[in-house]
Design a protein around this ligand. Structure first.
Ligand SMILES: NC(=O)C1=CN([C@@H]2O[C@H](COP(=O)(O)OP(=O)(O)OC[C@H]3O[C@@H](n4cnc5c(N)ncnc54)[C@H](O)[C@@H]3O)[C@@H](O)[C@H]2O)C=CC1
Ligand SMILES: O=C(O)C(=O)COP(=O)(O)O
Length: 465
């Protein structure tokens, strides 16, 4: 019956004949929880029993991917991974139709998750992870570089040397022409850091070492990051106060759409308060800056805009220095971000642990006791869910050994270890279906050591395993 429901959703008429064959032979296998293979209904032809399939987008560091043991994981790129259990990506703008029904988790190898439809993933019960701090040093170094690029006319000087070289005049003119490219020093100047997270705090620290006076603004400053700030930093309670006397302004905040978000936070009000000649460093996201307002400021008051994001208005402005999105493109950052993402996904798939999620609550239980099976259940964050889940176990005469329930926003996450003594697999299969089909439950998993198996979803009243 389950198979026919799924065939209904995945019409076989869409599959070429050889796929039909594979489907038929697979359907002949008698499958039950805890015994051998588990049914899966992505593209049956790309399903490898006994393995988790990881779908990747973008260039993901092989060092990170090597954290997935090949005996339990297969890695496939976007197009070919039609049966994915998890997605690993960088800046790829993820569309909902790229998230197969089989997907249990998504990890962004990096910081910003504005390229992932996070709110929709929460509705679907899918945790989205990122890798806090893994690429922060790379970005911080480029911000420091950006301050120098905005101070010393390095780019103009390089272009000039090319032009001289082409005319064979470089030796004759190199000393005379240097007067055209004078600059200023960072020492003694004021840097305003907007957003004192992993990148902002590190930038503030290094700027102090360079002899700069540092102002900082972050209304949600964490204790962890506060401890990393330089002693001399002057914190402000508003962005305007931080930027108005600054010679350099570094944006290190996430891009968040919608009301209360950060779209165009650097708009008319902030820009018109900026000092003449101020250098704006945007290694965060292009959408944070209102380019029209900034262009007006650059035209009238000088200064520079240095960024690693494209800009339709400023891309050829004489005061803009725009680079490809290179902030995190170092070997070290790519390795660290992909490794952290891989470990986070493994932990989630193999034990149900949640850390570094941007939409799910941090959750971990001690190791599963002997003779137990682990259930994880994702529900809407509404009253009574925990009681209904516990009742379902009690109703099947299953004893809970340990459990945890955490919530965040609209989602609640439960991890429950259940005693297996004296029970057969059918008990677990039945209770999973009962729990998954409770009103308010989004998905469930049974984690018992067989990769790729044990997942079920409540698709608005349809049971999907
Ligand atoms: N250019 C590149 O290649 C990269 C860009 N990024 C961008 O940089 C951003 C920051 O990265 P991390 O420092 O690693 O993140 P993080 O999460 O450690 O820090 C962000 C900080 O911004 C603060 N914040 C949020 N909204 C704010 C607001 N309106 N005003 C002031 N502070 C605010 C938060 O409280 C937090 O402390 C990312 O969200 C991403 O957009 C990150 C990595 C690479
Ligand atoms: O981590 C981030 O937020 C970044 O912007 C880095 O992007 P990337 O992984 O280099 O495409």
């Amino acid at each position: 019956m389950i198979l026919s429901t799924l065939l209904h959703r995945n019409p076989t008429s869409l599959l070429p004949p050889r796929h039909l064959l594979a489907l038929r032979s697979f359907a002949d296998i008698s499958v039950e929880h805890g015994r051998g293979a588990w049914k899966t209904y992505g593209d049956i032809t790309s399903y490898q029993p006994g393995k988790f399939q990881i779908k990747t987008f973008n260039k993901i560091s092989p060092v990170g991917l090597s954290r997935f043991p090949s005996g339990q994981y297969e890695i496939k790129d976007g197009e070919s991974a039609t049966n994915a259990h998890a997605i690993l990506l960088r800046s790829h703008k993820l569309q909902e139709d790229e998230v197969n029904l089989t997907v249990r988790a998504i990890a962004r190898c990096g910081a910003g998750t504005n390229n992932v439809p996070v709110a929709r993933m929460s509705e679907l019960g899918i945790p989205v992870f990122n890798t806090p701090g893994a690429n922060a040093n790379a970005v911080k170094e480029l911000v420091i570089c950006g301050m120098l690029l905005g101070s010393r006319r390095i780019v103009d000087g390089i272009n000039h040397m090319y032009a001289l070289g082409e005319r064979g005049e470089q030796k004759e003119r190199v000393e005379k022409d240097k007067a055209m490219f004078g600059g200023r020093e960072l020492k003694g100047k004021t840097l305003a850091v907007v957003g004192l997270g992993h990148i902002g705090a590190a930038t503030a620290r290094d700027a102090e070492q360079l002899g700069m006076h540092v102002m900082g603004y972050d209304p949600m400053l964490s204790i962890e990051n506060a401890l990393k700030l330089p002693r001399s930093i002057q914190l402000t309670s508003g962005m305007l106060e931080a930027v108005k006397n600054a010679d350099y302004i570094s944006l290190n905040i996430p891009y968040i759409k919608g009301e209360g978000g950060t779209h165009h936070v650097i708009g008319e009000e902030i820009v018109s308060a900026m000092k003449e000649g101020a250098v704006v460093l945007n290694f965060a996201r292009g959408e944070l800056v209102d380019s029209a307002a900034l262009k007006k400021h650059l035209d009238e008051n000088g200064g520079k805009y240095v960024s690693d994001f494209p800009d339709d208005l400023l891309w050829n402005h004489p005061s803009a220095i725009l680079l490809p999105h290179l902030g995190a493109s170092t070997e070290e950052a790519e390795d660290a971000a992909a490794s952290m993402a891989a470990e986070t996904i493994r932990d989630f798939l193999e034990t149900g642990t949640i850390r570094n999620s941007v939409n799910f609550p941090s959750t971990s239980l001690p190791n599963r006791p002997e003779n137990s099976i682990r259930f994880t259940v994702v529900t809407k964050n509404v009253p009574g869910m925990l009681a209904h889940i516990s009742e379902a176990f009690a109703g099947s005469n299953l004893n809970i050994l340990q459990q945890i329930n955490q919530s965040r926003g609209n989602v609640a996450y439960n991890v429950v270890d259940v005693d297996t003594s004296g029970h057969g697999v059918v008990d677990f299969k039945d209770v999973q279906e009962k729990i998954t089909m409770l009103d308010g439950v989004l998905s469930s998993r049974i984690i018992y050591g067989v990769p790729g198996t044990g997942y079920a979803k409540n698709l608005e009243g349809d049971y999907f395993v």
